[in-house]
Design a protein around this ligand. Structure first.
Ligand code: SAM
Length: 236
């Protein structure tokens, strides 16, 4: 029976990889990558010479037939994305769905846990995160306003991913819908040289990022405290 391992890889610092992940990456027949150039940087750091193949091209699933054929031959494969945990705001789910559809339980899907930006950010947010809602990337147009209205009304911590190009716009929307006083945490460039946590009110964090153009570069996780938490932290 073939196995498809779903492996979490670093979100910046290449040392953030488990011993088990390294062993499996060495042992499998092929590593399925989002972008082979990105994964090869990780593999070469650990002198892993396993064959790589891209499963993702121009935002679409690629080489599915080839991948299914490899599994049919009994080959063991590893699925990775460019960073973090595959299938979490990343490609991979469609491929897994096709594997399940064709093979059912004949191919084992085995998770090899590793970093994920959302959990990394929440772990050091410094607020109670016993419960939270993860929104992935926010829509650019349709549904965006409704979602921000939901965030504004939510008593639960809300978390979303944001890119360099859209972080300021996201902060503007938070100011518009939640008000300048809502408490947020913006985690930037986690595990990398310029890692930072900007904590405070929406207005305060906006001012922080407005001070230096450099600060809006990189990758971001935005954590919005619940409406209730915000009130109680202000003694209301
Ligand atoms: N699968 C990944 C995971 O498990 O975290 C997420 C991939 S998603 C395509 C990329 C987004 O994740 C970025 O736009 C950013 O919001 C977040 N992200 C990834 N790496 C990050 C990092 N080092 N610091 C902060 N956010 C990060």
């Amino acid at each position: 029976m073939a196995t498809l391992y779903i492996i979490g890889t670093p979100i910046g610092n290449l040392e953030d990889i488990t011993l088990r992940a390294l062993r499996i990456l060495k042992e499998v027949d092929v590593v399925l990558c989002e972008d082979t150039r990105v994964t090869k940087r990780l593999l070469s750091k650990y002198e892993i010479t396993t064959l790589t193949m891209s499963y993702h091209a121009q935002s679409k699933l690629a080489k599915v037939d080839k991948i299914l054929a490899l599994l049919e031959e009994g080959k063991n494969l590893a699925l990775v994305s460019d960073a973090g945990t595959p299938c979490i705001s990343d490609p991979g789910s469609l491929l897994l769905a096709q594997v399940r559809e064709k093979f059912g339980d004949e191919v084992a899907l085995v998770p090899i846990p590793g970093p994920s930006a959302i959990i990394t950010a929440l772990s050091s947010a410094g607020i109670s995160v016993a419960e939270f809602t993860f929104l992935g990337f926010l829509p650019h147009k349709k549904g965006r306003e409704t979602l921000f209205k939901e965030i504004a009304q939510s008593e639960r911590v809300m978390v979303f991913y944001e890119s360099t190009h859209r972080i300021l716009k996201a902060l503007e929307s938070l100011e518009k819908f939640c008000g300048p006083e809502r408490e947020i945490i913006v985690a930037r460039e986690l595990t990398k040289i310029y890692e930072e946590f900007a904590r405070g009110t929406v207005a305060g964090v906006q001012a922080h990022f407005a001070k230096k153009a450099d600060r809006v570069r990189g990758e971001f996780v935005v954590i919005v405290e619940g409406k209730q938490d915000h009130k109680s932290s202000k003694g209301e």
